[in-house]
Write a protein that binds this ligand. Structure first.
Ligand code: 13P
Ligand code: SF4
Length: 306
């Protein structure tokens, strides 16, 4: 049952011809009013398909809203809370990529979608955690500058026969850094029959201990299709919220209930309502930057939508 504020938001959304996109890490009350809920790749694909809405309220972090703005320069893309930034996306300035390109002139630049638009404009192609291996394999170059997440870079290195150079050396997500092997040992002992799914932003030793390393969208598909009953989830806690809701017959447990992305949680229903009313906090990208970044985003979409 939706509450009064949620109902009001849905009415406003109709009046304003708006669409609400939300990442899997949003709280349940926002998950419930989203037109589309998904991982970074699914949200990029959805953003590339928007045709009949004038306003997009993006319940995610800055780089996600920027990607939607790059793909839809004529539309109004708004963030309910303008402070919703992904710290990892700010760890790789465009100037560092230009320097690295001078040092490695033969390398291709593959950037995680968790980067800001100026950095994206320096990339040959983007990737997300669900398609990083396929993107790297689609390239003819054997040397790849890969950033900003060093753990995703390590995950890709383990799957491809290419040189992967992390850029910067220590780019990371503070939420996925919270998981340690001790958490895995503890939870495996407590739930010996559970399947452990972790995100590729986790440290390598946590990835090594997991049964599967998957994007949040990959986790959704895995749990839905699995015959197993119990799953331990090594990513942000509201992924567990969505998994539980959509798989009521299964037991879904967070690897660590403190793994909260405070940045994602800045959005609230009240702020979503305000953004529909005021259309404040519009995310825009300079045209020259957006044109270059769009090539890199579209390159990724060509690899992913086949
Ligand atoms: P996903 O693409 O797996 O949803 O990951 C996005 C993200 O920010 C993970 O922290
Ligand atoms: Fe960024 Fe980590 Fe939050 Fe994802 S979970 S948005 S990578 S800070």
């Amino acid at each position: 049952m939706l509450n009064d504020l949620q109902k009001e938001i849905l009415q406003l959304k109709e009046q304003k011809n708006a669409i609400i996109l939300a990442h899997n890490y949003q709280t349940r009350d926002i998950q419930e009013i989203a037109d589309f809920l998904g991982d970074s790749l699914e949200l990029c694909i959805k953003a590339s398909e928007i045709t009949d809405s004038d306003l997009v309220v993006f319940c995610g972090v800055d780089f996600m809203a920027e990607t939607a703005a790059i793909l839809n320069p004529e539309k109004k893309i708004v963030l309910p809370d303008r402070e919703a930034e992904c710290p990892m996306a700010h760890m790789l300035p465009a100037s560092d990529i230009r320097k690295a390109k001078e040092k490695y002139p033969n390398a291709a630049v593959v950037l995680y979608v968790n980067t800001m638009a100026e950095a994206k404009a320096e990339a040959d192609i983007l990737c997300t955690s669900s398609n990083a291996v396929a993107v790297v394999e689609s390239l003819s170059e054997d040397q790849i500058l890969f950033g900003p997440d060093m753990n995703l870079a390590g995950f890709v290195r383990g799957q491809v026969d290419k040189e992967i150079i992390p850029l910067p050396e220590e780019g990371h997500c503070y939420v996925h850094k919270m998981f340690h092997t001790g958490d895995v040992v503890f939870m495996r002992e407590k739930y010996p029959d559970a399947v452990l799914l972790v995100h590729p932003e986790c440290d390598p030793e946590v990835q090594d201990d997991a049964d599967e390393v998957l994007s949040t969208g990959g986790m959704m598909n895995y749990v839905a299709q699995s015959e197993r009953k119990t799953f331990i989830i090594g990513t942000e806690v509201d992924m567990v919220t969505r998994l539980k809701h959509e798989n009521p017959d299964k037991i879904i447990i967070p690897l660590l209930s403190e793994a909260i992305c405070e940045n994602m949680k800045l959005h609230t229903l009240e702020k979503v309502k305000q953004s529909l009313l005021t259309q404040e906090y519009r995310i825009t990208v300079d045209k020259e930057v957006a044109d270059k970044a769009r090539n890199a985003v579209e390159g990724m979409l060509r690899v992913s939508i086949r």
